[in-house]
Design a protein. Structure first.
Length: 272
């Protein structure tokens, strides 16, 4: 009995040693097989570990691939995409609204300018025809009174005492014989000086004659052309102009009214 137990112990140890060797050999064979066949390693999910264990010297360390970069459009959530679309639509609507507001402001400015020009032209037509302004008076005061009160007051005054151009022309023609001679109430010495001055006249070649007849003709021509201010300047050189105070006053009213009309028409053109 004593000699049998050591033999059994020795045989059991031998069997265990052989089994361990076989296990190690099988593991080595499995590792080599998995390292040689990556598909099998990937199938068992141990590709990286087997490669690192089986081929530490031959295989270079695997470089980890960077995580895929996802574009904002792909990575954005549906809520973020809807927010971006909403912001783009708001920007587009704001741009369209600004364009519409600009067009409306331009249209409004054009309408105001057209309205002011219409009032100014109607006032000129009434003054030229020698009729009362009527309903144009409050319109003139409303549109031009705050900035051109003097011109508006001149036009309103002229409308209450209208002077037409054809009236000035006819009166000047009827006053012709009296305008070319000195008035009867002039003194003897003044008449003599005027007569002596009419005998001899010294002037430059480029200056108009100061004798009554050419002066009257120039004034009549200016008046026929509608240049009342220049016609009045020529008429004031006539010897008998003192006999026509009413014509002078009418001419000055006409000139002042049309200068005021020119002022408000210029203001209407600059209206915004």
């Amino acid at each position: 009995m004593t000699s049998t137990s050591p033999r059994r112990s020795t045989g059991l140890a031998t069997i265990l040693l052989l089994g361990l060797l076989l296990l190690i050999a099988g593991a080595a064979v499995a590792v080599l097989a998995l390292a040689r066949y990556p598909e099998a390693a990937r199938f068992f999910g141990i590709a990286t570990e087997v490669s690192e264990i089986a081929l530490p010297a031959q295989a270079a360390p695997l470089a980890l691939a960077p995580p895929p970069v996802r574009s904002p459009a792909v990575s954005a959530s549906p809520q973020a995409s809807r927010a971006v679309d909403a912001m783009a639509r708001v920007s587009l609507l704001e741009a369209r609204l600004a364009a519409i507001e600009g067009a409306a402001a331009r249209a409004e400015g054009s309408a105001v300018r057209a309205d002011a020009l219409l009032v100014a032209f109607a006032a000129r037509r009434a003054i030229d025809r020698g009729v009362a302004l009527g309903f144009l008076e409050p319109l003139l005061q409303e549109r031009f009174g705050p900035r051109h009160g003097g011109a508006v007051a001149t036009i309103l005054t002229a409308s209450r005492r209208p002077v037409r151009l054809d009236q000035l022309q006819a009166d000047f023609q009827s006053l012709g014989p009296r305008l070319k001679v000195s008035p009867p109430e002039a003194g003897l010495w003044q008449n003599v000086r005027r007569e002596l001055g009419s005998l001899v006249s010294i002037r430059r070649a480029d200056q108009p004659s100061q004798s009554p007849s050419p002066t009257y003709d120039r004034a009549a021509a200016r008046l026929a052309a509608g240049q009342v201010d220049q016609a009045l300047a020529e008429a004031m050189r006539l010897p008998g102009i003192a006999a026509a105070p009413q014509w002078v006053a009418d001419a000055r009213i006409y000139i002042a009214a049309h200068r005021a009309l020119d002022e408000i028409e210029g203001a209407a053109l600059l209206t915004r």
